[in-house]
Design a protein around this ligand. Structure first.
Ligand code: ADP
Ligand code: MG
Length: 453
């Protein structure tokens, strides 16, 4: 294959990368890459600096090699070389724009906001009501009462949605306020670019001139020491000026490994709130809201509301998956001119439902739970009502309901011939406890992970 073909091939691989790693990461890391050549099983790239070279090599080299292999070009090694220090560094089109605006203010490197992520579109339930209330308070402005606001929780529980909602609200009510929202990855990228272009002065100016700074997915900068350092200084400068800071992460400050101690303790000065895993009611509420929006777009498609209940029961992972399921149902129903019924949903979503199922059996759940709590399986099936046995039994029933497709009466029968109302009660009780008792939440999540593995 000749060089021209290799270049074409790189073009296709770039397109592939853009969709698989996301536009943000693509713009940060792949866009600045210059494909040089392929020779003797090695792929050569030029990168703006060694830092980026190392980063790309560690995070994307395997993926890039896979994509070359898929193009029929197996490569054993990739090299990412920075131009010699003495050579002039070409200034790519991506240099940050830091020119002053006509009014003398600096342009902010804010990330685009999703127009659907507003407070109006956010469905509130027990698992997220505190996070929602805190976000609202910050968006309403007034005195800064807690700083920073730290939102954390698992994937797809609405952290980004709430942060965008704050930004939308402030843009609408106080258009002069300078709100800067970006991911921690973007923060790091800006910082690295500033170092590379010897532009630290405007970097600092940009970040310290804002009225509100929002950094999404902070866990990303854990272990990246110079970035953390800069973040710490920015953070302190803003707090001292009484500017609001909002941060999100997938874990609490105490659980983020590789986060500097001084940052950890600073984060805990403010308000730390978590978004709990969704419960059935919240999932159903979200599905109703999203179905209404879909129904406006696809006015000819009819929907059996039982489908929403079915989905809320069967898809208990993140909200993004729920949304995706609904979108697919409407698109498919519209295409084939059918209504959305239970049968149709089961057919159309077979793959998603299978993943949510992972074919866990009731027996397996009983075994794992018994092991975890040091009980015998026969204890779980017995009539004993002592808390030490009853709670694990309820957890087992809850897991059976959320991880298998078995009906309530079937589950009841497998627990020593209990009635289905006992199972309903157990599921409710565990959902309640998961809102208040972090030990139970941890146990359930751990068991769920072990069973789904
Ligand atoms: P996270 O940042 O926590 O991973 P996102 O904020 O990106 O999650 O949410 C994932 C998707 O789920 C988004 O489309 C968001 O609008 C939706 N979503 C999450 N929670 C809610 C909620 N309570 N109400 C409405 N939509 C929600
Ligand atoms: Mg997010």
């Amino acid at each position: 294959m000749d060089a021209i073909n290799h270049i074409d091939c790189w073009g296709r691989i770039r397109t592939e990368l853009r969709s698989s790693i996301g536009v943000d990461a693509f713009n940060n890391w792949i866009e600045p890459l210059e494909f040089e050549k392929v020779g003797a099983g090695h792929g050569h790239f030029v990168v703006p600096n060694n830092f980026m070279g190392n980063w790309i090599s560690r995070n994307y080299a395997d993926l890039i090699k896979d994509l070359f292999r898929a193009e029929g070009i197996p490569l054993t090694r990739l090299s990412f070389t920075a131009p010699e220090q003495s050579a002039p560094v070409p200034v790519p089109a991506g240099k940050p724009k830091t020119e002053a605006k006509p009014d003398g203010k600096i342009e902010l490197p804010t990330s685009p906001l999703d127009s659907r992520f507003t407070f109006d579109q956010f469905v509130v339930g027990t698992p997220n009501e505190l996070a929602h209330a805190a976000a609202r308070r910050v968006a309403d402005g007034g005195d800064v009462t807690f700083n920073p606001l730290f939102l954390y929780g698992g994937v797809g529980l609405g952290k980004t949605h709430l942060m965008h909602a704050i930004a939308h609200e402030i843009r609408a009510t106080r258009p002069d306020a300078r709100v800067l929202y970006l991911s921690a990855e973007q923060f790091m990228f800006r910082f690295v670019q500033a170092l590379r272009f010897k532009d630290m002065h405007s970097f600092k100016e940009q970040f310290r001139s804002v009225d509100m700074l929002m950094v999404d997915d902070l866990q990303f900068i854990a272990g990246k020491n110079s970035t953390q350092d800069e973040f710490f200084h920015t953070f302190n400068a803003l707090i001292e000026q009484g500017k609001q800071i909002v941060i999100s992460a997938d874990r609490s400050p105490g659980e983020i490994e590789g986060l500097e101690e001084r940052i950890r303790s600073r984060l805990q000065w403010g308000l730390v709130v978590d978004l709990h895993p969704t419960n059935y009611e919240l999932r159903l509420g979200i599905l109703h809201a999203k179905a209404e929006a879909q129904a406006r777009a696809y006015s000819k498609v009819g929907l059996d509301v039982k489908v929403l209940e079915f989905l809320a029961h069967r898809i208990s992972s993140n909200v993004r998956v729920l949304e995706g399921a609904l979108t697919r149902l409407f698109a498919f129903a519209d295409l084939v001119g059918r209504d959305i019924t239970l049968d149709m949903a089961q057919e159309t979503l077979a793959d998603i439902l299978r993943i949510s199922d992972r074919k866990v059996t009731i027996a397996e759940i009983q075994r794992k739970v018994a092991e975890h709590y040091n009980l015998r399986i026969s204890d779980l099936l017995s009539p004993r009502r002592a808390r030490a046995v009853a709670r694990p039994r309820q957890i087992s029933m809850f897991l059976c309901k959320s991880l298998t497709a078995k009906s309530l009466p079937e589950i009841g029968r497998k627990f020593g011939g209990r009635d289905h109302t006992t199972v309903i009660h157990a599921v409710k009780r565990i959902e309640e406890l998961m809102q208040t008792d972090s030990q139970i939440t941890e146990d359930v999540e751990l068991l769920r992970r072990m069973l789904e593995a």
